[in-house]
Design a protein around this ligand. Structure first.
Ligand SMILES: [Zn+2]
Length: 248
């Protein structure tokens, strides 16, 4: 009886020893599947910047606040879905004329560059004539502070990103909801017309897409994006745009 128990103990010890030799702890750790880090999406709620605080009231709305609200909702959706890590270029909602804090357009691009973002997604609202949403990408180089950019590789990647984000957004924003102005080059913008492309694009080393989400001076657009449902729908549309771009 004693000898058979001893034998069992010996066999058990031998099995454990062999197992430890074959698969030691350090070896198990090294061969365990590692999760790849999630891609970084840099969401840039436009304004206040060196050129415009974004605080003008149009149909009761301030661009600086609308874009921040949508940015936060988009951040939550993408994080909840576990498809991306989010970096924001600003973490305050409004503009205070008594204590003005701005984030320059160059700084916004540098935040995206430093984060090695897969996409520098810039959120704005338009003003003036027309209605609906429009996507812009840098279609040529511009010059600012003695710097010329972006590179051909960034321009090409930005165009592809803009087309993908637009495709994703189209699935959510049917024309009855919001007019679709499609994808355009930044040379068509006011700033791009003067200096080639937007300042943020000149300094961007990662793909960059600017979304003018709605036209705040347009009554229909303003009513839509001022509603909780409208902002949620816009955040959902942008999220589908990002996942389309990421190939998820
Ligand atoms: Zn703007």
């Amino acid at each position: 009886m004693v000898s058979s128990s001893l034998m069992m103990l010996c066999i058990l010890t031998a099995i454990l020893t062999v197992k430890a030799l074959v698969s030691p702890a350090w070896c198990r750790d090294a061969t365990a599947p590692r999760q790849a880090p999630l891609p970084v999406i840099c969401i840039d709620p436009g304004h206040p910047s060196e050129t415009n605080p974004g605080a003008a009231v149009q149909n009761g709305l301030r661009e600086v606040e609308v874009v921040y609200d949508v940015a936060l909702e988009l951040k939550s959706i993408l994080e909840d879905e576990g498809v991306a890590q989010i970096v924001l270029t600003r973490r305050f909602r409004g503009y205070d004329a008594h204590h003005p804090v701005i984030v320059t357009n160059r700084k916004r691009a540098e935040i995206a560059n430093d984060a090695h973002a897969f996409l520098f997604l810039r959120l704005h609202c338009d003003t003036g004539k027309g209605s609906g949403f429009t996507l812009y990408y840098p279609n040529r180089q511009g010059k600012k502070f003695g710097v010329t950019g972006p590179s051909a590789a960034v321009r090409e990647a930005s165009e592809k990103a803009a087309v993908a984000v637009h495709k994703g957004m189209q699935g959510v924003l049917v024309p009855a909801t919001l007019h679709d102005n499609g994808v355009k080059g930044e040379s068509a913008t006011f700033v791009g017309g003067k200096q080639g492309v937007l300042t943020g694009s000149i300094f961007s080393k990662v793909p960059t897409v600017t979304v003018e989400m709605a036209v705040l001076s347009n009554r229909h657009d303003a009513v839509w994006i001022s509603s909780k449902e409208g902002r949620h729908q816009m955040a959902q549309a942008l999220a589908r745009g990002v996942t389309q771009y990421l190939g998820k």
